[in-house]
Write a protein that binds this ligand. Structure first.
Ligand SMILES: Cc1cc2nc3c(=O)[nH]c(=O)nc-3n(C[C@H](O)[C@H](O)[C@H](O)COP(=O)(O)O)c2cc1C
Length: 178
C-alpha cells in the first residue's frame, strides 16, 4: 500500500546562503560506507557500476534502495530492466570498484575482467569477490535532484563464507579494516 507522507516542519529563513558544494562533498565524504556493485541486465546486455549510496530500507517487505545519478548509463538500464543485483564488495575487489566507476568504460565486455556468477532468480551478474549479494525487483523510483532513488524488493539473498573483510570508502579513498 502506498500512503502519502505528511511533511511538516519549519521553513528555512528566506535569503539563507546555500552551503558550498565542495564543503558538502567533504562533509558527506566523512561518512564511512561500504562499497557495492549494482548490476542489471537489459536487452541481453550486462550493466554494472560501483555505488555506495545503498541502504536497507524495510524488513516487511524486504526493501533496499540505491541512489542512481540520472546522467549515468546505469540509470536508463536499471529502470528499463526492472531487476538488479547488489554485490557487497570484499576487500579484494578494489580493482573491480575502480573499474566499474570509470566514466566512459566500454559497456560491452565490461564484466569480462570481473569474476562473477549469475543470480538464480533474475540472471543478473553478481561479483564473486563479495561478502553478500542481493537480487532485487524495482518497486518504485523517486526523482531526487540529479539522482533517482531506486527502491527494490529483495528476491534473493546470498552470503559468502567468512574470511574476507569489507571494502570501505572514506574521504574519497578505498580502505579496509586491516
Ligand atoms: C566509491 C564510489 C561510489 C559511488 N557511488 C555511486 C552511487 O551510489 N550512485 C551513483 O549513481 N554513482 C556512484 N558512483 C559513480 C559511478 O560509479 C560512476 O559514475 C560510473 O562511471 C557510472 O557508470 P555508468 O555511467 O556506466 O552507468 C560512485 C563512484 C565511486 C568511486
Amino acid at each position: 500500500m502506498t500512503e502519502q507522507v505528511r511533511l511538516g516542519g519549519r521553513e528555512v529563513p528566506p535569503g539563507a546562503p546555500s552551503p558550498d558544494i565542495a564543503l558538502f562533498r567533504r562533509a558527506v565524504g566523512r561518512f564511512a560506507t561500504g562499497v557495492c556493485v549494482v548490476s542489471t541486465l537489459t536487452g541481453g546486455r550486462d550493466h554494472a557500476m560501483t555505488a555506495n549510496a545503498f541502504t536497507s530500507v524495510s524488513l516487511d517487505p524486504l526493501l533496499v534502495l540505491v541512489c542512481v545519478e540520472q546522467d549515468s548509463r546505469f540509470h536508463d538500464a536499471v529502470l528499463d530492466a526492472g531487476v538488479w543485483g547488489v554485490s557487497v564488495l570484499d576487500e579484494r575487489a578494489r580493482g573491480t570498484a575502480e573499474w566499474l566507476a570509470t566514466p566512459g568504460r566500454p559497456l560491452v565486455g565490461q564484466l569480462d575482467p570481473v569474476p562473477h556468477h549469475r543470480g538464480a532468480v533474475t540472471g543478473v551478474a553478481l561479483v564473486d569477490a563479495s561478502l553478500a549479494t542481493l537480487e532485487c525487483r524495482t518497486t518504485s523510483a523517486h526523482l531526487a535532484g540529479d539522482h533517482v532513488i531506486v527502491v527494490g524488493e529483495v528476491v534473493s539473498v546470498g552470503l559468502a563464507p567468512e574470511g574476507h573483510g569489507p571494502l570501505l570508502y572514506h574521504r574519497s579513498s578505498y580502505r579496509s579494516l586491516r
